[in-house]
Write a protein that binds this ligand. Structure first.
Ligand code: ADP
Ligand code: SF4
Length: 691
């Protein structure tokens, strides 16, 4: 199909200094947890985006000198010539289908603890290192010689970046992560020399580094500057008003202004807290201050919203990180008139957890993310079916939906049986929780795509038992029957059931999502799950006027959501809703009208009155059907069954991304040769030195 002319504007080429982007789709830098440890996996991931039609593709943050690094986080490194080949591989992959290749160079300053290199950190002003982990390390203030060194190191990095094949070099001064911001902000720059004080002075280093870039590579590379739209660290911070003054003063200094909100938590806020285009007000009007193009982000997934950003004169380029992860082929789909095929980001921030946990990123919507090289998975292509023909998928949650879709695309005859009356499983329920409506896209994308496959049949009201399945004659059976929240208290604090008085009204998230709520009064919610469910359930109940006390054994509400960058926002929202937050306490026993609690450190006990209790603890896989079928393995051959497998939450409960991955993996591996004990993915092992 042809592209809808109303999106033509998104495909207009635009110059960035000496180079020209073929369109307005600009993949801003984003981490992926792979970085320097998984160079080929990261390169292949960027290469897929080139194939998907992006006009500009950036690396993640690249540490440009060894005196400033952010271990334990795994990003890229350009410390010496030996780092060039890995980056050259990435640049080549980015350019393969005509995108401009960009590298984001970061000197981390007061954000770099140097845990690996053991160098003394350098910053505009001597202050403690500002990281997620409160490392007990301080930076020393840079003197003039340090600034001269920094300029020279940047020159070297620019030259190396060009040698690696990059078309664009970006100086990082946003999210609190780059030294340009540390100099611009009065919070981190308290100098009294020519680099401190007035905005003119605080911007001096920025001007000098851009001059170095211009001199070193400006003839052939575009020079971009990534700055914070508003630092939001209090009155001393680099504000939106100061940013506007700065851009007015230096209107045409870089070849492009790349603007991103405040701290990373603000910029990459999840959909629970931030809408699409949430930064529009902060960026509006800035384009009028400069002749140079402006790029901004806002979890843009709708081409109409993108067009509006350009037509109304807010942005020149549409910056995307998460939308490009969820659908690397987003531009191609707009180009080909296939808007409805866009796999929209749900704003869950699971991708960010790969970076925060130094593992490797996943995406709830795109199970192939970071498996492009490791497993050879392509987001849009899948191998044809193997030697069998038919598969029954039981359960239409994220695991079953993804399995049915990928199996259908492989060409199998697929039946998807669901005991309920709608698709989506847990997603259909959870997307009705406060702030989580965008999560319904996990279901919506797959439901629509399944509708296009004539070889997939969906059966509702089909609660299947082993006997039914043995009578059907499908060759393979995937059991994607999900999980139930436990009501016995077992999770981390309790590995065996806790004492519970049967007289107390007791609820789990399953009850709440099904509309079975406490009658009111004092509700104690015990969160020993530590991800979003405890906090969001408390929010729902408080919204219904209940007096909620959230008790958790952790030192943080929704502790694991620190990895999705929303823990602070969750705490703020719960506090604003009047929820009492009790940290570092365990519910040890539940009585008829109270709970007993104990301090997580000292064990000191204290009772707490309760009219009802909500337990957000562990989940149990609904695998009875699988056990029943396994018990009847002797009947399989006669029934024509070759395999029965549990997948997703039925096998082991986890976040939604784990379920979509499990469904996809099942579909990819069906009928493939058994690899025995071999590794199921490729990895790179550090080359040993000769001595
Ligand atoms: P997952 O996250 O692993 O996909 P979900 O809990 O979201 O799991 O979805 C499981 C789905 O399976 C639910 O929609 C549930 O109604 C359905 N289901 C559970 N048991 C059966 C069964 N025996 N037959 C058919 N469908 C089932
Ligand atoms: Fe979007 Fe979630 Fe995928 Fe990240 S993991 S790209 S937030 S859908």
């Amino acid at each position: 199909m042809a592209r809808d002319p109303r999106y033509d504007i998104l495909f207009q080429p635009l110059k960035i200094g000496p180079v020209t982007a073929k369109n307005r789709f600009y993949q801003v830098p984003h981490c992926n947890g792979g970085g320097y440890r998984d160079p080929s996996a990261a390169a292949a991931m960027r290469g897929i985006k080139s194939e998907g039609g992006w006009g500009v593709i950036f690396t993640e943050q690249c540490e440009m000198h060894h005196t400033s690094e952010i271990t334990p986080f795994i990003e890229l490194r350009l410390w010496e010539d030996a780092d060039i080949p890995g980056l050259a591989k990435m640049a080549a992959a980015m350019k393969r289908h005509g995108a401009l290749a960009g590298i984001q160079l970061a000197y981390s300053g007061v954000n770099g603890p140097n845990l690996y290199t053991r160098e003394v950190p350098r910053a505009p002003t001597a202050l403690p290192i500002r990281t997620f982990t409160n490392d007990p390390i301080q930076a020393r203030a840079m003197d003039r010689e340090d600034i001269r060194d920094l300029r020279r190191w940047h020159r070297n990095a620019f030259r190396r970046a060009k040698q690696a094949g990059f078309d664009l070099v970006c100086l990082y001064g946003a999210h609190g992560f780059g030294i340009i911001q540390h100099f611009l902000s009065r919070a981190t720059n308290q100098r009294s020399d020519e680099y401190g004080g007035s905005l003119e002075n605080r911007a001096r280093l920025m001007r000098e580094l851009i001059a170095e870039a211009r001199d070193a590579v400006g003839d052939s590379c575009g020079i971009t500057l990534r700055l914070s739209l508003d630092e939001i660290v209090g009155d001393l911070g680099f504000s939106n008003a100061e940013l506007r003054d700065l851009i007015a003063m230096h209107a045409d200094l870089p070849d492009l202004w790349d603007l991103a909100h405040g701290a990373w938590e603000d910029c990459s806020g999840p959909s629970r807290f931030k809408e699409e285009a949430a930064q529009e007000d902060l960026v509006a009007g800035i384009k009028q201050l400069t002749q140079k193009p402006v790029v901004g982000v806002g979890r843009f997934t709708s081409p109409d919203v993108m067009v509006r950003q350009i037509k109304q004169g807010t942005l020149d380029f549409i910056g995307c990180a998460r939308p490009s992860i969820a659908d690397p082929f987003l531009p191609r789909k707009v180009e080909e008139g296939r808007i409805e095929d866009i796999r929209e980001c749900i704003g869950c921030n699971i991708c960010i957890t790969g970076d925060m946990t130094m593992s490797i990123s996943r995406c709830t919507q795109n199970p192939t993310f970071m498996e492009e090289w490791r497993k050879g998975w392509h987001p849009e292509k899948i191998q044809g079916k193997g030697d069998s023909d038919s598969v029954l998928v039981v359960g239409a949650g994220p695991a079953g939906l993804e399995a049915a879709l990928a199996l259908g695309r492989r060409g199998y005859r697929v039946a998807l049986a669901e005991s309920g009356t709608e698709l989506g499983g847990r997603v259909a329920r959870e997307c009705k929780l406060p702030g989580l409506s965008a999560w319904g896209r996990v279901r919506d994308y797959r439901a629509f795509q399944l509708g296009k496959l004539a070889n997939v049949e969906i059966y509702f009201d089909s609660h299947l038992a082993a006997e039914d399945i043995l009578g059907f004659g499908f060759q393979h059976v995937a059991i994607a029957t999900g999980a139930d929240w436990r009501r016995d208290g077992v999770a981390r604090a309790h590995v065996v059931p806790m004492p519970i008085d049967a007289a107390i009204p007791l609820f789990t998230p399953d009850d709440i999502m099904a509309g079975r709520l406490p009658d009111g009064g004092r509700v104690v919610l015990f969160d020993d799950d530590h991800y979003y469910m405890g906090g969001v359930t408390a929010e729902l109940l408080a919204g219904k006027g209940m007096k909620v006390t959230l008790v958790t054994s952790s030192a943080f509400v929704s502790d694991w959501s620190r990895n999705t960058l929303e823990q602070g926002a969750i705490h703020r929202r719960l506090a604003a809703a009047g929820i009492e937050i009790v940290l570092n306490r365990v519910v040890t026993r539940i009585g008829a009208d109270h709970v007993e609690t104990a301090c997580a450190y000292t064990g000191n006990a204290a009772p707490m009155a309760a009219d009802a209790v909500v337990l957000v603890t562990a989940r149990i896989g609904r695998d009875a059907l699988w056990h029943d079928l396994v018990a009847r393995r002797g009947d399989w051959a006669e029934a024509g069954i070759r395999s029965v497998k549990r997948i997703g939450d039925a096998e082991a409960p986890g976040p939604i991304a784990w379920a979509t991955y499990a469904g996809h993996r099942y579909a990819r591996e069906l009928d493939e040769p058994d690899i025995g004990d071999a590794m199921p993915f490729r990895r790179e092992v550090t080359a040993l030195a000769a001595d």
